[in-house]
Design a protein around this ligand. Structure first.
Ligand code: TYM
Length: 328
């Protein structure tokens, strides 16, 4: 049996090249060596208010992007989290084993809470639901970007705690970061992570941006006061552009250094923009084909949910038995 992978993306905002390079691209690569479950995590999305009609549309859009990026639904499952009830059920069972202090310490909780007038309980429980997603399928590996590392540590702590309290049940999942692109920064402010929730038009490159928009955004990206690439003294904006190029082109460190050393920023940006446009072209073409056939997409989601539900239910039943709550 192949080892298992689980990962997920929230169907909010527009998926961007950070999501692609940090997660999706690795998923596509790993799907041949692992049995994979890729989730559109709509229950995570509603930890902050979402317009219902828009959310519904974003769920299908996100699923279409997974497949357009190269996830093959014949070999990997593409699952909408809320369609497999065991995610929410395991979340409650694990909530009852989670010390409050662990959740209050999470940096993403603190960041998100600082932006809200009133803090919903869901925001606090967010990492427990994420642990439930992973532990439900006894995933061995979780391919994510760097910003999810703390949540993954909590997942392992929680698994260990459950195993110590109720007996060996959960597998310890390993965090799999990409070698290049684990943290893509905002184009407008390269000291901040590229994020779906930032609305500034020069911040992120959406996976569905037209080539002309991609070129415009990269040409406007923040660099530094040097006129050209100085490999020994680069600001974070230039480092970010080189990282984006390398992740799309697949060049080695040496190739990147020798090609870009001394290059004027205007030319650097043109080269990066062309690498991104070319890298996204197949995804964008395939996305149009997939969304032209909504019945196909809904079929994939239905079949995937049916495929994983028995695995998820079996875990929930074991957990219930171990905890002593009633199950037959
Ligand atoms: P989300 O939707 O914020 O992001 C999806 C994936 O994209 C990665 N990512 C980035 N990688 C590199 N640079 C960036 N600027 C960047 N921004 C985002 C994220 O690390 C993530 O891998 N909590 C998760 C969703 C989730 C999940 C899970 C993930 C729910 N359950 C179980 C793994 C396993 C989240 O909000 O991701």
């Amino acid at each position: 049996m192949k080892p298992r992978v689980l990962s997920g993306i929230q169907p909010t905002g527009s998926l961007h090249i950070g999501n692609y390079l940090g997660a999706l691209k690795n998923w596509v690569r790993m799907q041949h060596d692992y049995e994979c479950v890729f989730c559109i995590v709509d229950l995570h999305a509603i930890t902050v208010y979402q317009d219902p009609a828009e959310l519904r549309q974003k769920i299908e859009q996100t699923a279409a992007i997974f497949i357009a990026a190269g996830i093959d639904p014949q070999i990997s499952s593409v699952v909408v989290q809320s369609t497999v009830a065991a995610h929410a059920e395991l979340c409650w069972l694990l909530t009852c084993c989670t010390p409050l202090g662990w959740l209050e310490r999470m940096t993403q909780f603190k960041d998100k809470a600082a932006k809200q007038e009133s803090i919903g309980d869901g925001l606090l429980q967010y990492p427990v639901l994420m642990a439930a997603d992973i532990l439900l399928y006894k995933a061995n590996a979780v391919p994510v970007g760097d910003d999810q590392s703390q949540h993954l540590e909590l997942t392992r702590d929680l698994a260990q705690r459950f195993n110590a309290l109720y007996g060996e049940t959960f597998v310890m999942p390993e965090t799999k970061l990409p070698t290049i692109g684990a943290r893509i920064m905002g184009l407008d402010d390269p000291t901040k992570k590229m994020s779906k929730s930032e609305t500034g038009s020069g911040h992120a490159i959406s996976l569905l941006d037209e080539p002309s928009v991609i070129r415009k955004k990269i040409m406007r990206a923040t660099t530094d006061s040097n006129p050209h690439v100085d490999l020994v003294n680069m600001g974070p904006g230039v480092v970010n552009l080189l990282t984006i190029h390398q992740a799309f082109s697949g060049w080695t460190d040496d190739q990147v250094k020798s090609h870009f050393a001394g290059m004027r920023y205007g030319d650097l940006k043109k080269t990066v923009a062309e690498a991104v446009v070319a890298g996204l072209e197949p995804l964008q073409k395939r996305y149009k084909e997939i969304t032209a056939d909504p019945a196909y997409l809904r079929g994939v989601l239905r079949e995937s949910a049916a495929r994983v539900t028995p695995i998820a239910n079996e875990t929930v039943n074991t957990v219930k038995q171990r905890m002593g709550v009633y199950s037959d």
